[in-house]
Every structure is written in structure tokens, then in C-alpha cells.
Design a protein around this ligand. Structure first.
Ligand code: ADP
Ligand code: ADP
Length: 228
């Protein structure tokens, strides 16, 4: 689980990006974080990834306090949390296979596990045929599938997605959502920040609406039908 208790974030310029956030995310949930530009979605995600520290409050990951992790404790977090961004962020000089294998190499997985796991993951995201292509030979949707494969290859408990469909046309975006639902079904907790109302409203999952740094709505099978 992930829990935020009375979390606030004030940037150095005095801007309060998050105000008194309380949220509990159960293992296996799929949660959309929505809200207008500037609402605090990216800040919320940066706190979970430890790219920013909160000004006040507490963050728990599986009952472990991760509010102020030391530098040497951050690998613990990185193993438990996979991440996907709007702009894919693949390594341009590595093939699809190598991009995914690399994520296993940096945690020093046994080569045997790598050569077993990478083809399995490629097949799960529907990219077996593309293993030896480079990112610039792929469509946007295919690149995002590679990014998803890389994010989950080490079997993290949590997958965090920041506008994962933001650069994709609606049909391709739906394909990415189908992969995300499959990943979630296999037990991975997913937290997805997005502007994509159609996707959110079709999904009938939990929807947390941020507005001016506050949670103004948090509903199971929620909808997001107006700008907040
Ligand atoms: P969203 O992802 O919903 O667009 P953000 O979390 O990026 O929202 O931003 C929330 C608010 O905090 C915005 O008003 C933004 O301008 C401000 N903000 C974000 N990052 C910084 C920063 N590094 N320094 C100062 N203000 C920031
Ligand atoms: P996105 O909308 O794609 O989430 P943002 O525009 O919120 O991205 O932020 C892009 C980068 O600029 C982030 O690293 C954020 O921390 C920083 N940033 C955003 N708003 C401000 C701000 N008002 N002052 C300083 N840095 C900011």
C-alpha cells in the first residue's frame, strides 16, 4: 500500500503545490489522479518517486516510512516502483530487447533470468517481433509499450504513470490502457496521472481529483467530467 498523511509541498518560491493531502492506496488498486494543469499531479508523483521531498506530512510504502529516505535507501524504492512518462524516455542507442534487459542488468539480475524474462515481457506487451528494432524505428504506441515492459520487468509492486497516453492518438492510447489493465490484473498497483477524460470515464476505476493542490474528490468508479 501507499499512504500519504497530511502531506504538503511548498516550493522554494513559496508556491503551495499540495495542501494537506491524505490518501490511502490499497495493494492492487488502479487509481487515476486527475485535475487541470497546475493542480499538483506532477508534484504528487514526484513525491512518490522521491524526486521532491514534502514540506510536511508522512509517506508510507508498505508500512515503511519513506518520507525522508537516505540516498543509499533509494534503490529499495526503485525496485518497488516502476515508472512510465509521457515522453517514453527510452535509450536511443539500445534495441527494444536491450532497453528492457538493461533494467534487469542494473539490479544485477542473473543473465539466465534476463534471457528468460525479457522475451516473456515482450510477448505480454505484444512486441515480440520488434525485439531487435531501435526506438526511432517504432511508432509512439510501440515505444510506450517498450517503456511499460521496462517499467514492469523487475516485477515492481507499484507502477506510476505520468500522462502515459499524452503523446498518443485515442486508438493507440486505448491499446496502452489495455496493457495497463492487464498489468493491474496481474496484481500490480497502478497510479496514473492524466488529463484524458474519455479514458478515465470509460475505465470505472478510482478517480482522485486534485484542484489547486487539494483533493476535492476521491471516488470508486469515479468520473472526471469538468475542469476543476
Ligand atoms: P500538474 O502536474 O497538475 O500540472 P504540478 O504539480 O506540475 O501540477 O504543479 C503544481 C503547481 O506547482 C503549479 O502551479 C506549478 O507551477 C507549481 N510548481 C511545480 N513545480 C514547481 C517548482 N519546481 N517550483 C515552483 N513551483 C512549481
Ligand atoms: P508537466 O505539466 O508536463 O507535468 P510542468 O510544466 O508541471 O510539467 O513542469 C515541468 C518542469 O518545470 C518540472 O520539473 C517542474 O518541477 C518545473 N516547474 C513547473 N512549474 C514551475 C515553476 N512555477 N517554477 C519553477 N519550476 C517549475
Amino acid at each position: 500500500m501507499i499512504e500519504m498523511i497530511d502531506i504538503s509541498k511548498e516550493y522554494k518560491n513559496g508556491h503551495k503545490a499540495l495542501k494537506n493531502i491524505n490518501i490511502y492506496i490499497e495493494k492492487g488498486e488502479f487509481v487515476f489522479i486527475v485535475g487541470a494543469s497546475g493542480a499538483g499531479k506532477s508534484t504528487f508523483i514526484k513525491l512518490l518517486l522521491k524526486e521532491e521531498n514534502p514540506t510536511a506530512g508522512k509517506i508510507l510504502l508498505d508500512d515503511r516510512d519513506i518520507t525522508y529516505l537516505r540516498q543509499r535507501e533509494i534503490p529499495y524504492l526503485r525496485r518497488n516502483i516502476g515508472v512510465v512518462f509521457q515522453d517514453f524516455r527510452l535509450l536511443p542507442n539500445k534495441t527494444v530487447y536491450e532497453n528492457i534487459a538493461f533494467a534487469m542488468e542494473i539490479i544485477e539480475e542473473h543473465p539466465k533470468n534476463i534471457s528468460k524474462q525479457v522475451p516473456m515481457i515482450l510477448s505480454m506487451v505484444g512486441l515480440s517481433e520488434r525485439a531487435n528494432n531501435y526506438p526511432d524505428q517504432l511508432s509512439g504506441g510501440e515505444q510506450q509499450r517498450v517503456a511499460l515492459a521496462r517499467a514492469i520487468v523487475n516485477k515492481p509492486k507499484f507502477l506510476i504513470c505520468d500522462e502515459p497516453t499524452g503523446n498518443l492518438d485515442p486508438k493507440t492510447a486505448q491499446g496502452i490502457m489495455d496493457v495497463l489493465y492487464k498489468i493491474n490484473y496481474s496484481g500490480t498497483t497502478i497510479i496514473m496521472a492524466t488529463h484524458a477524460k474519455e479514458i478515465v470515464n470509460e475505465a470505472k476505476k478510482r478517480v482522485v481529483i486534485l484542484s489547486n493542490g487539494e483533493i476535492v474528490s476521491d471516488q470508486q468508479k469515479g468520473v472526471y467530467d469538468h475542469e476543476n
